[in-house]
Design a protein around this ligand. Structure first.
Ligand SMILES: Cc1ncc(COP(=O)(O)O)c(C=O)c1O
Length: 465
């Protein structure tokens, strides 16, 4: 009997929800929310759909923007079972390895930009970013510039949940709730958020200005104190902020000018989300370090990677200091094998090319046709299969609805009632669907969202009357 049949045979949904409420601490969830309603129990998933409590939902978020290959791929389950029977675990400390960690590292290096050839494997996006921070510190110490400690991040950034990575986040509460990190080592630059902050400038003009705020930050701190700049190529978690085309090349130029290392946090964008294997290609820039997670294994198992340029690796490996870093399950054979199989499937099925040439453009065109002129919609922005619908009170002035009206939550709720999962973030409806989504499923997303926006808009107008 399967575990699921066993659990469901002996335990009722009510019992499981009670267990969960009493004992399971949820991420980013208020205790109040769990008191008001029982947690929603998802118990199966297939293709672009997740199911539970007799409801089937089209998941236009691919979980948390991670199940790129779609749910329920038997090949990945079979790979996991095969490797688990052969080598359930061994570590990769002290010059020991396993075939899957070795092969996955080679595969990532072969897909990565040519100057990036070393891969550190860990378990989550946060760990990948945390690893990048340690490597940056070690790089500067080994080079004899230990004063270079400051990391530049941006408004609206999301880089993780550990102590150090949370301090990089743009959301002030997330960044400062715990207070372990000395905020003088974390510096903040402008986000390339043209719709909110670009005013009368063209996107390209604003892209340069947003990039130059990185230069201002470097000069204020003194270049001799700045270790690295970190940025998501497209800021995902805080609202799919797609930068103007001018932004990244200018950021790269500025980092090179002052010798500041450039970290591309590709935890969401890596492995095809923007239509190229890595978003550095989409946006025309080249980083010194990149971080990967989510799409690496399509989140079938937890795995992440920090990929390091030859420039950084040569300094670190040329020094005498041992990298004091590693996790028990770094390079786990089963997770590495599943990640490798996931990448091979993406390749064999041409899924990244499909995002670039078919699914991405179709999603963009369909959203614009269905919602571009809607009175509630200020901007639709996409990059590959990342999409945002920014809601506004006034299309001309781009004024935002007050947060307490929770307009976007209402749109999300209305969509959910019609069988569609999207993610409300402030005043932005966010989507990152699986790459296997069909045109008909994209049409469904557009129809449901147009209706949801109509309903919320009508309710707002009734309120005003
Ligand atoms: C860009 C980026 N970096 C890092 C993280 C942290 O990843 P994880 O939640 O796997 O720790 C996320 C998570 O959403 C992310 O979007």
């Amino acid at each position: 009997m399967s575990i699921q049949a066993d659990l469901m045979g002996s335990l009722t949904l009510d019992q499981l929800q009670e267990f969960d409420r009493n004992h399971h601490m949820h991420s980013f969830t208020s205790a109040e929310a769990l008191r008001m309603a029982p947690p929603f129990m998802i118990d199966s998933a297939d293709g672009v759909y997740v199911s539970g409590q007799n409801i089937r939902l089209l998941d236009a978020m691919a979980g948390l923007g991670c199940v790129n290959i779609g749910y329920g791929r038997k090949e990945l389950a079979e790979t996991a079972a095969h490797v688990m029977k052969k080598l359930s675990y061994y570590h990769s400390f002290a010059a020991v390895t396993n075939p899957y960690a070795a092969a996955l590292s080679q595969k990532i290096a072969s897909l990565a930009p040519a100057h990036m050839n070393k891969v550190f494997i860990s378990n989550s996006g946060s760990e990948a970013v945390e690893t990048a921070l340690k490597l940056v510190a070690l790089y500067w110490r080994t080079k004899g510039e230990p004063k270079r400690r400051a990391i530049i991040t941006r408004d609206y950034a999301y880089h993780g949940s550990t102590i150090a990575t949370a301090a990089l986040n743009g959301n002030a509460e997330m960044a400062t709730q715990f207070g372990f990190i000395d905020s003088t080592t974390i510096l903040r630059a402008k986000a390339p958020y043209w719709y909110r902050e670009g005013g009368d400038l063209t996107p390209d003009e604003f892209g340069i200005i947003a990039a130059q705020s990185v230069e201002v930050t470097i000069l204020e701190a003194g270049p001799e104190n700045v270790a690295a700049f970190i940025g998501e190529p497209v800021q995902g978690t805080m609202g799919i902020i797609v930068p103007p085309a001018t932004y990244w090349p200018e950021v790269e130029r500025i980092c090179r000018k002052y010798g500041v290392l450039l970290i591309a946090d590709e935890v969401v964008t890596g492995f095809g989300r923007t239509g190229h294997w890595f978003a550095q290609e989409t946006f025309g820039f080249s980083a010194d370090i990149m971080t990967l997670a989510k799409g690496l294994s399509s989140s079938y198992l937890p795995v992440s990677a920090t990929v390091i340029s030859d420039k950084v690796a040569d300094v670190i490996e040329g020094g005498s200091a041992l990298l004091q870093h590693g996790f028990t399950t770094s390079g786990h054979p089963v997770t590495c094998a599943v990640a490798l199989k996931n990448i091979l499937l993406l390749e064999e099925e041409g899924l990244v090319t499909a995002v670039r040439d078919d699914k991405g453009p179709y999603l963009e065109a369909s959203l614009k046709a269905a919602l571009g002129d809607h009175p509630l919609v200020g901007e639709i922005r996409t990059s590959g299969l990342m999409a945002a619908i920014e809601l506004t009170k006034n299309k001309a002035t781009r004024e935002q609805y007050p947060a307490e009206l929770a307009i976007c939550d209402h749109v999300g709720q209305a969509a959910l009632m019609q069988g569609l999962i999207v993610r409300p973030v402030g005043n932005v409806v966010v989507m990152c669907p699986p790459f296997i989504i069909s045109r008909a499923e994209i049409d469904f997303i557009c129809t449901v969202l147009a209706e949801a926006c109509d309903n919320v808009h009508a309710a707002l107008q009734n309120q005003d009357e």
